[in-house]
Ligand binder design. Structure first.
Ligand code: GLU
Length: 466
């Protein structure tokens, strides 16, 4: 058996960071088993389609360094991979269930369904279809067809049947069919619902493992009934826990800050660092190891090591991963990645990276942290005037450095000067740091002045002493 996994995005909005995690696990499980990973676009909900969403989803998958073996643009043996191009297939299978007496035509109008819903609500009952059309006589159905009445196809949910399945993460799940509504399979516009399309396609595309977010767990019993109705073997179900927001108080959501997969890249996180963090949000390697390349992950990943508990997504941990990856990069490669975030050119960036790289948390911070190398900082006079004799310190340093542009030499002279003038050495260097960089925390000053050069260093010291 070839392992076949799939990710099935609906182009109804932006890809979420959680989708990338789910996709990553599908990708890894397929690779781990020398199988195939399929991408299928579930675009059957015509009202919720968002213009351009497919393109953006495909682009973000690529920008995270992930790919698929079959799907849009690359094709494959089970094409088309857009559900909207597969309508006759779903119509055929829905019709087949009607012919077998396992599904039925329902002609109920929107108005009737709305009135029913209101009545159920007023009586304090759960909303649900009352099976009004479930037992229409063939002659009645024929008559309604002849009158061109619009219809949907619904699944006949059996009464009082136990539906059970074992989810790899969530364990044994049991549901009584009595709690399920007669699901719509085919809508009046001829499009399938998610439930019909997902089951038909997962079967036809020979998917062996459905790895998805556990918000789909409650739909699974309906899918199991469909597999039964068709006489098909269901695949293995793997429902992943959801991310909790950093405070651990609830599901991570847009309301609590941006969760779009794209926004993390735009905020200067390296895709490989984000992926590494995502690997550990739902899976554990069985030991303390945290750093995994994508390739190492696909070799190590095992469904057996998935966690059931909802992981907490924290920026502290993501920042930590990003720093590890930044520090491991050589200056040339890092400069390439920085170009998109910086107004400086590659040569300029490479020149200062040895001083800046290990201080960066994200790529986006580079210009802010390194800007003073390229242009004189805006120095707030007030931040200098808080120091005793700031002007004289600046004058002194300017004269020392014009004698010799050297950090050690400056340090010696500064100590002598502070000792004879009753000043603190720490204050002396803070005054210089502020005047030269506009910041209170920087790499060692001795190294900064080597890059700036004598003329520029002295110019800055003088510009701030008056
Ligand atoms: N189209 C569904 C989604 O947008 C797919 C759910 C599934 O994986 O079955 O997430």
């Amino acid at each position: 058996m070839t392992v076949r996994t799939r990710m099935a995005p609906s182009p109804t909005g932006e890809y979420h960071i959680g989708h990338i995690r789910t996709l990553l696990y599908n990708y890894a499980w397929a690779k781990n088993n020398k199988g195939r990973f399929i991408l299928r676009i579930e675009d059957t909900d015509r009202e919720r389609l968002v213009e351009g969403a497919v393109d953006r989803i495909l682009a973000v998958i690529r920008d995270y360094g992930l790919s698929y073996d079959e799907g849009p643009r690359v094709g494959g043996p089970f094409a088309p991979y857009y559900q909207s191009e597969r309508l006759p297939i779903y119509q055929k299978y829905a019709k087949q269930l009607v012919d077998q007496g396992l599904a039925y035509y329902c002609f109920c109008s929107k108005e009737r369904l709305e009135a029913l819903r209101k009545k159920q609500q007023a009586e304090g009952k759960l909303p649900g279809y009352d099976r009004h059309c479930r037992n229409l006589k063939p002659a009645e159905v024929k008559h309604k067809f002849a009158a061109n009445e619009s219809y949907v196809i619904r699944l006949k949910i059996p009464d009082g049947e136990e539906i059970s399945f074992t989810d790899v993460v969530m364990g044994k799940i049991k549901v009584n069919s009595g709690s399920l509504d007669d699901q719509i399979l085919l809508k009046s516009d001829g499009f399938p619902t998610y439930h019909l399309a997902v089951v038909v396609d997962d079967h036809l595309m020979e998917i062996t493992h459905i790895i998805r977010g556990n918000e789909w767990l409650s739909s699974t019993p309906k899918h199991i009934l469909l597999y039964r109705a068709f006489g098909w073997e269901p695949p293995t179900f793997v429902h992943l826990p959801v991310f909790l927001d950093p405070a651990g108080e609830g599901k991570m959501s847009k309301r609590r800050g941006s969760v779009s997969a794209r926004s993390f890249l735009e905020n200067g996180y390296l895709p490989e660092a984000i992926l590494n963090y995502l690997m550990l949000l739902g899976w554990n390697p069985g030991n303390d190891r945290e750093i995994f390349s994508l390739e190492e992950f696909t070799k190590t990943f095992d469904l057996k090591n998935l966690n059931k508990a909802n992981p907490r997504f924290t920026f502290d941990k993501l920042n930590w991963f990003n720093q590890q990856y930044l520090r491991a990069m050589d200056y040339e490669n890092l400069a390439e990645r920085l170009l998109k975030f910086s107004t400086y050119n590659k040569g300029e960036i490479v020149r200062v990276l040895p001083l800046i790289r290990d201080r960066l948390i994200t790529l986006k911070e580079f210009d802010d942290q390194a800007g003073y190398f390229f242009h004189p900082p805006a120095v707030d006079r007030k931040s200098l005037s808080g120091f005793k004799s700031a002007d004289r310190i600046l004058e002194h340093a300017a004269s020392v450095l014009s004698e010799k542009l050297d950090g050690k030499f400056l340090e010696e002279k500064a100590r002598e000067y502070c000792a004879s003038h009753g000043l603190k050495v720490g204050d002396y260097f803070m005054v210089l740091r502020i005047a030269i960089t506009g910041r209170t925390a920087t790499p060692p000053l001795g190294e900064i002045i080597q890059i700036l050069g004598e003329a520029e260093t002295i110019k800055r010291l003088k510009a701030n002493s008056y």
